[in-house]
Ligand binder design. Structure first.
Ligand code: ADP
Length: 444
């Protein structure tokens, strides 16, 4: 029986396990010493403790994961998101040791993980990109030359950056020298790669991303887009599909560009092309070579199980549907529920004394919580994703508000009240949204 090792934790490990079960695959769950009570461990065929609570010695330890795969005889590794999911050395070591990553090749992960290379490759493939430097910016003089062309404000970005870190906005020349040195230094410390580049800092854009699925036989489909503009410190907290205000003509055009871009790098698996949208044009910013946290909103409107498909293409299956078979039905919105203080946004780990998930027509909750579960302090604070699917955007907002009001999570603080306030906000409801929405909302 084909066996899949799930190299992750929390809600995504549970979600992957469920997909494996539906496909009739043997499941191996790995966990750290802080995670022995994770829900999916009770449902997996095999479980292996891979190290201590510190992620570096468990979920981020390549030798620990490869040893677990060897011991259990798992052939495939599902990396989920975060942790080793976009680590090209991990992918390479799996390739060398005969294991198969449920994801693209190490070469493609490496290319797309480097924002300078990725932008170059995608520009060549025909994607519109944010104006900025073509190459790494090493000196003040090089930075000034680029800014002479594109003007202020600009954004200095780490080429190896991720998770919203390693970025600095520069509004005028007097800030440039210090900002450049700071981002270079920070990038060296955070990502062990000092290379930075410059982009025009777009005024109040929206973040819109396109979902791709590609098999090993050259077939690529695009499952439409998601609007992920509601962000806190460049980290998404609410996502929706489809993105409002995009015409069918523009959507089809962008979907075709993403399919062509995917083919140009022989991409296999699920992937996301991220863009900023200024109300007229799309500008590519980066590609994620893994499943995204927000994948459920796409699943809700297309009826396609992305993780099942991701696993099937890794097993070598041909896509069973074509682009023209994909239809978009209604609207879906996801709220990321974090165990955190809704005012300070600081993590709030601890014992969940009572838990009741929301339900009802069009409601889906992806969560590993249960009453009596202790949220550990060592990892990301995401504890649940509440997703609503409705006939249109307003109907979906109503379903989601109702679901959030029914949900009970006692013992740890969560950001549920913040989500309710956002969903109630007239600007959110009237589609007056940009990537600065949440900051402006919290400030006023
Ligand atoms: P990361 O890999 O850290 O997620 P991204 O390049 O995907 O970094 O950017 C994350 C977020 O930062 C975007 O969703 C957007 O909110 C903001 N951002 C990135 N580039 C720009 C830009 N050129 N202008 C304005 N905002 C930007």
């Amino acid at each position: 029986m084909t066996s899949v090792l799930i190299a992750n934790r929390g809600e995504i490990a549970l979600r992957v396990l469920r997909a494996c079960k539906v496909l009739g695959l043997h499941t191996v769950a790995v966990y750290s010493k802080a995670d022995k009570d994770l829900l999916h461990l009770r449902l997996a065929d095999e479980t292996i403790c891979i190290g201590s609570a510190d992620a570096q010695s468990s979920y981020l330890s390549i030798p620990a994961i490869i040893s677990a795969a060897e011991i259990s005889g798992a052939e495939f590794i599902h990396p989920g998101y975060g942790f080793l999911s976009e680590n090209h050395s991990f992918a390479k070591q799996l390739e060398h040791s005969g294991f198969k990553l449920i994801g693209p090749t190490s070469e493609v992960i490496k290319l797309m993980g480097d924002k300078i290379f990725a932008k170059k490759a995608m520009k060549e493939a025909g994607l519109p990109c944010v104006p900025g430097s073509k190459d790494e910016i090493l000196t003040y003089a090089q930075a000034k030359a680029v800014i002479d062309d594109i003007g202020y404000p600009i954004l200095i970005k780490a080429s190896a950056g991720g998770g919203g870190r390693g970025m600095r906005v520069v509004n005028e020349e007097s800030e440039l020298k210090t900002a450049l040195e700071e981002v270079q230094k920070e990038a060296g410390v955070l990502f062990k790669d000092k290379r930075v580049f410059i982009e025009r800092y777009l005024y109040k854009p929206r973040h819109i991303e396109f979902q791709i699925l590609a098999d090993q036989h050259g077939n690529v489909v695009c499952l439409g887009e998601r609007d992920c503009s509601i962000q806190r410190r460049h980290q998404k907290i609410i996502e929706e599909a489809p993105a409002f205000g995009i015409s069918a003509k523009q959507r089809n055009h962008m979907m075709q560009l993403c399919i062509d871009a995917c083919k140009s790098i022989h991409y296999v698996g699920v992937g996301t092309f991220e863009f900023l949208y200024d109300g007229k044009e799309f500008y590519f910013i980066e590609m994620n070579t893994r499943i995204q946290v927000e994948h459920p909103v796409t699943e809700m409107i297309t009826g396609i199980d992305l993780i099942e498909q991701q696993i099937k293409v890794a097993l070598g299956d041909k896509l069973a549907f074509k682009q023209e078979d994909i239809t978009f039905n209604g609207h879906a919105i996801e709220c990321r529920i974090n165990a955190e203080n809704p005012q300070t946004m600081l993590p709030s780990p601890g014992l969940v004394t009572d838990y009741h998930a929301a339900s009802g027509p069009g409601i889906r909750v992806d969560s590993h919580l249960y009453s009596g579960y202790r949220v550990p302090h060592q990892y990301d604070s995401l504890v649940a994703k509440v997703i609503a699917h409705g006939y249109g955007r307003h109907h979906t907002i109503h379903r989601l508000k109702n679901a959030l009001s029914e949900m009970i999570i006692e013992g740890v603080a969560t950001n549920t009240s913040l989500h309710c306030d956002i969903l109630d906000d007239p600007r959110f409801q009237s589609e007056d949204i940009s990537i600065h929405f949440l900051q402006e909302f919290v400030d006023c």
